[in-house]
Design a protein around this ligand. Sequence first.
Ligand code: ZN
Ligand code: ZN
Ligand code: FE
Length: 762
Amino acid sequence: MNKRMHIEVRGCVQGVGFRPTVYRYAVEAGLSGFVLNALSGVIIEVEGPPARVRQFLVRLRQAPPPQARIDALEAREVPVRGDAGLFVISRSERSGDVAAGMPPDLATCGDCRRELFDPADRRYRYAFINCTNCGPRFTIIRSLPYDRLRTSMVGFPMCRACEAEYTDPRDRRFDAQPNACAACGPRLTLRDERGGEVPGDPIAETARLLERGHTVAVKGLGGFHLACRADDSQAVERLRRDKARPHKALAVMFSSVEQVRNHCRTTPEIEAFLERPAHPIVILPRRPNSTLSPLISPDTDDVGVFLPYTPVHLLLLREIGPLVMTSANRTEEPIISDFAELVPDILGRAAHFALDHDRPIVRRCDDSVVMFAAGAPFPIRRSRGYVPTPVKLPVTGAAVLACGAELKNTFCVTRDSDAFLSQHVGDLTEWAACRFYESAVRDLVALLGVRPAVVAHDLHPDYLSTRFARRVRLAPLLGVQHHHAHIAACLAENGRQGPAIGVALDGTGYGPDGTVWGGEFLEASLASYRRAARFEWLRLPGGDAAVKHPVRIALSLLVAAFGSDEGARLAAELLPGLNEKDRAVLLQVLRVSHRSPNTSSAGRLFDAVSALLGLCDTITYEGQAAIRLQTAAERAGVRPAPAPVELATGSEVAVVSFAPLVRRLVRARRTGADIREMAALFHATVAGAVVRTCSMLREQTGLEEVVLSGGVFQNSLLTGWTTEALATAGFRIWRHRQVPPNDAGVCYGQAAVALAEHTLKH
Ligand code: ZN
Ligand code: ZN
Ligand code: FE
């Protein structure tokens, strides 16, 4: 007797070669039935002898296609139909709820790479080669379910050869939505700054321009890059000047892992990471003998490295490389995705040529960036290659829209226990980023087909994300404290709900007491928190304006540690970046409390110490002073014993003071001690202060789990030392792995808090 099963599969099961695999397994088992893409995932019916149906299910569970992720597989028996040995792939069904899980963009796979460089292959050197295992997805999808008609490939009718592959279930391009070839698909055009086509082979011509030191805008998956030779300091210097980006590190694309190895220190684990389908930028230590221009990352000994992830990159990097590849945008604005947007700010200024193509980018998406600390990877930007794959939450409930923070903004939308984080949006103080933010929110909500029941936002009333939440009023609002969101994010991605000791070392976050928070020890669970300890207040002379001038905060640090007169005298001696007039004005400002708000920010402490050590007076990008401080500490090559800190436990919130350290640093500077060792001492002392405060809280509360979050933990040296010291003290440590510790992770934490609170109320 035959048996028929109806099977529904959820997860990331569309755009990853799922149906052809199902087809192959069914045909090989001699089963009849069908498979189709539905909004809820993939639906399968198989009919045949019970033993073979069972084997089919086992095989599908154990060996799904490599890029697929099965979250749920439900099978139930249905009446037999007797469709006798025929298995078909049916057309997509457009009904039901959207749970199919959109696939992220996938780097060109090994099979396609081989064909790309095989002169006998019909796609030899075709710049848009792809298959069911690789190619664009998120950046070309207009709506779900994922089908060619609903992608930006709709404008490219397939030729007969492509159509034959596309419709043959045994072909590795069966149902590959972006399938194309030189006869029918998108094509490359090299354009000059007036948009005119440059004659000749676009790849060869682009390589020639790069070779001669030009900057060329190159259209990729989620937007344009600006490319130039990475070993040509003149070219890099010109790119920096034209892009008004004097110091911030530039990413470098290498042709192969072997080439990376010649310039950077790697491990087998890191190399495997570089080659994953997401192909993120990975921050690696540069070898001293590397021939890369030192201007690529003047503030650090690290360099952001990635491998070619589209056929265009593969073709180009075979001709010339390594190449600087930096997003084509105006500072902190969204990446440019269309040729027309390049004019007038980029084309004609930073670049005079653009390697363009005619496959429209539906969704902008920047490259992702991953860092390693103490051997473990964590993202500092989670975007291309990861988005829109959801991050699991340990709580579930009605849909939440979480609006995120302000800088490095991302937002997220939840459905059940899945959090769909957006791609990198950028700095919401920029008008263009705000526009992108609003359209991206509407886009993701529409794509997922959810109706948010709660809108979570930061407590900061002036964040544009908060104002957006208030203005659109999609659902009842829930304000979430910034550092509670950071800690909740780290708890949630580790599947924890707390309570735990949350250590949020961060730049700036709105505190409910009206001060600026940022060096916080919270007794926290997802649903609630108590501020248990904080870093001692530091006064920001002139408020937010001081953030751009660490030297001003250093003055404040000196005044706090030595008093106004002695502090002023020391500033004259140690802070030459502050002229006499500015110093006098700032000393006045420091006397007026409302003009010099208090902050417990750890980020500002790093800035101030960096300036105090003469490493950075004024910044040209966020985090610069801290990065220089970290680099100095790394160059010391030692790990000093931590200096003592003062821990005042008298009041409800304990206070950690670094005044003894500041006095020691000042003494050391005056006696001409090694700046690098002082930088290392500072890092060791902050790590020591975290352990000491956590130990005190462990005694108070009995909590033994520590959660580390906040932008300061992008500092891999601090993260490594803190983790080790906490482990030695017997704590169980949770760190970020999937979501950034910086403000790009805040939206996910807001969502976790909102769901936890919601669950408690019901
Ligand atoms: Zn492929
Ligand atoms: Zn074709
Ligand atoms: Fe933050």
